[in-house]
Design a protein around this ligand. Structure first.
Ligand code: FAD
Length: 384
């Protein structure tokens, strides 16, 4: 079996929201090309793409001219229009970023300026303006983002998968990239394996690595030494009981902490259920590979940080009680390190050799769900 080489013009690794976007958009633009997608799991979106806040971000927090700013702002618009066209449930509910201390009042103005540089207009509301809403009256000031919303990310991925299938993408679930064999005149040749561990070779002209938590390890096959590493940074969520459903009709975020983390915030799902999170937990980062085969240990949500969530949550909902919090789920941020240095931005590495090209999507953490459609659209231009 090993000697047989299967060929596709494009091979995509990973059926998360990014890999599915690549598959759907490439197959629409280039119907004459053969495209295959390899996914190690038995279905799409089992990792980061189904363990996030499902927020369509506006593009507020990211440095001017960063890839995060560029793709989030563009992706936001693309995503709303895709949702309208394909009837994907979403709610453009808006969001408040709130200040609770005098010190935070200054930070809130900096944030407003930062967002403006990315082309995002945030409305400033002072204490008097917040007073009219009893549930907001304990905050000092707030910024309002009208472009923020929530989305049914499962339905989004299902729609992209169906589009890809309909447009003849070969979807190979339970099949994994194993290692690169060669890049040469015959194309990019690599070893893959099926669910029973049987290995085989695949060959392509364009190799697109959307392997999420594994993308750094995959990319290292294409460079001369181990440049990239992904470390797992967990984000935990607690849910609130039904009495809080629709307590706010907008998402509520605190001022980001000095490390740049947006802070434990309140989001809700399309059915109105409230949740708090995610926090930032690096405790698994040093002792485990981000793409550890036993991913379940990252996702094992224990009830051991309730106090911390309660303290943060009470700043946003003063009537919150400790007993209101129930452990919910965990998502893992693929934090990228390049030569051991943390990379804050998305990193898209394109490697051309002769007629071949591999593209590696690295560090696709938040706002990756919002950005994925724009990232894929941009890449289409490479193959004109
Ligand atoms: C806690 C948290 C909250 C977030 N909240 C938001 C939010 O509200 N809004 C937003 O815009 N973004 C958010 N994000 C970011 C967003 O979820 C991610 O950026 C996005 O889901 C990444 O998608 P992906 O396709 O790159 O990766 P993934 O979803 O991880 O997909 C990668 C796929 O590759 C497969 N794979 C890996 N290795 C191999 C291999 N060797 N062979 C075959 N297949 C392989 C995996 O099985 C997986 O299915 C959040 C992230 C986290 C962690």
């Amino acid at each position: 079996m090993k000697n047989e080489v299967m060929y596709s013009d494009f091979i995509i690794i990973g059926a998360g929201v990014l890999g599915l976007n690549l598959a759907a958009q490439l197959s629409k633009r280039y119907p004459e090309k053969s495209i295959a997608l390899l996914e190690r799991s038995d279905r799409f979106g089992t990792e980061t793409s189904s363990r996030n806040s499902e927020v369509i971000h506006a593009g507020i927090y990211y440095d001017e001219n960063s890839l995060k700013a560029k793709y989030c702002v563009k992706g936001n618009k693309l995503l709303y229009s895709f949702c309208n066209e394909y009837s994907i449930p979403f709610l453009k509910c808006g969001k408040y970023i709130v200040s609770s201390t005098e010190e935070q009042d200054e930070i809130i103005l900096d944030l407003q300026n930062k967002a403006l540089k990315n082309g995002v207009n945030l409305k400033f509301l002072n204490k008097d303006q917040l007073k009219s809403d009893e549930k907001m009256s304990h905050f000092r000031n707030a910024l309002y983002s009208s472009e923020t919303g929530i989305i049914d990310s499962h339905k989004l991925m299902q729609t992209l998968e169906q589009m890809a299938k309909y447009q003849n993408v070969a979807l190979a679930y339970r099949n994994s990239f194993v290692k690169l064999i060669d890049v040469g005149t015959d194309g990019i040749v690599f070893e893959a394996c099926d669910e029973n561990g049987n290995s085989y070779y695949m060959r392509c002209q364009y190799f697109l690595n959307a392997g999420g938590l594994s993308s750094a390890k995959i990319a290292n096959n294409f460079v001369s030494r181990e440049v990239y590493k992904t470390k797992a940074c967990r984000g935990r969520y607690y849910s609130l009981p039904a009495k809080y459903n629709n307590y706010f009709n907008k998402l509520i975020y605190p001022i980001p902490d000095p490390s740049g983390c947006v802070g434990i915030h309140i989001t809700f799902e399309l059915d109105g259920k409230f949740k708090l999170g995610p926090d930032v937990d690096w405790s698994f980062a040093e002792s485990n590979d981000a793409d550890d085969q036993n991913l379940y240990k990252f996702f094992d949500m224990r009830d051991d940080v309730k106090e911390k969530f309660y303290v943060e949550g009470k700043r946003l909902i003063p009537t919150l009680e400790l007993k209101d919090l129930s452990p919910n789920y965990i998502g893992v941020r693929p934090k990228l390190f390049i030569d051991n240095k943390l990379e804050e931005d998305f990193h898209i590495k394109k490697i051309r050799e002769g007629n071949n090209m591999s593209v590696h999507f690295l560090g696709i953490e938040s706002p990756g769900l919002t950005s994925s459609m724009a990232i894929a659209e941009d890449l289409l231009e490479e193959f004109k």
